[in-house]
Design a protein around this ligand. Structure first.
Ligand code: NAD
Length: 264
């Protein structure tokens, strides 16, 4: 029913077994998708350990979205080893902001740190798609990961809130730009999940507790909750959906006043 058997995906953002992108790899593999991973060199040994756990991984190459040259390197390596192969799915599960973006009051964060957060966490969607396009089949589906701090205040998320807002804007703009050729671009706004990236956010455990207490489903989401929605967005079942931001957050984003005010 998903129609993903025999499809090919680029997956960017696996750093560990806890990565949301790793759950996405497992879900796509189960649906019959062949995977090509782009990994950051600093996580090389972890990714190499993981690759043997999933036979669907057909290749993995270094990727650093900080520059055009390093991003192009991934696609050069991919195309050299897999001539003629094209992908149907692109997973962009990449985020980073320098420590100072979280530690300093936003008023005093330096330009270069803000620029890094935006380059890696938002503008890299454009960069990845720019280089991926010659290797994407018509009707491809790109999925990126965002967070609800893009539209509502979350203490300590700071500069990343603005980067995620920009990422969601890129999603809409790229969906409109590539839509006439049949390509789709969507984002999933995930609830908080414990991962390497999340460990850098001050107060993250308190956010997890707060969401578990107050989300309509009274729990946090898991990597596999996000992976399930991603697989649907990658499939033809979502063929009419593009430019959207879909919340996979146990419903937390629809709430305003926490249930705890009722003393429950
Ligand atoms: P993670 O640490 O497992 O993944 C982050 C990934 O970004 C890593 O694989 C890392 O290598 C990659 N990355 C960082 N800088 C890069 C660069 N210069 N070039 C290439 N790759 C780079 O953490 P995660 O939580 O799975 O994060 C995946 C995405 O999900 C991120 O965009 C994150 O903001 C988003 N997200 C996470 C949560 C959460 O609570 N964990 C919630 C909402 C959204």
């Amino acid at each position: 029913m998903l129609g993903l058997q025999g499809k090919v995906a680029f997956v960017f953002g696996v750093a560990s077994e806890d990565s949301i992108a790793w759950a996405i790899c497992k879900s796509l593999a189960e649906a019959g998708v062949t995977l090509y991973l782009g990994y950051q060199k600093r996580f090389m040994s972890r990714v190499f350990q993981l690759k043997d756990k999933l036979p669907a991984i057909a290749g993995f190459y270094p990727l650093d979205v900080a520059s055009d040259a390093d991003t192009k390197e991934f696609f050069d390596s991919f195309s050299k080893e897999n001539p003629g192969v094209k992908a149907d799915i692109l997973i962009h599960a990449i985020g980073f902001a320098p420590r100072e973006c979280f530690d300093r009051p936003i008023l005093f964060v330096d330009d270069d740190k803000i620029n890094t957060a935006f380059t890696i966490s938002a503008n890299s969607l454009q960069r990845c798609l720019k280089f991926a396009l010659p290797y994407l089949n018509p009707g491809s589906s790109t999925i990126t990961l965002t967070y609800a701090a893009s539209t509502r205040y979350v203490p300590s998320y700071g500069i990343m809130s603005m980067a995620k807002a920009a990422l969601e804007c890129w999603t809409r703009e790229l969906a409109c730009h590539l839509g006439p050729e049949g390509h789709r671009v969507n984002s999933i706004s995930s609830g908080p999940i414990r991962t390497i990236a999340a460990s850098g956010i001050p107060g993250f455990d308190n956010i997890l507790d707060h969401v578990a207490e107050n989300a309509p489903l009274r729990r946090n989401v898991t990597q596999s909750d996000v992976a399930g929605c991603t697989t649907w967005l990658a499939s033809q079942l979502s063929a009419g959906v593009t430019g959207q931001c879909i919340h996979v957050d146990a419903g937390y984003s629809i709430t305003m006043v926490p249930s705890s005010i009722m003393g429950e």
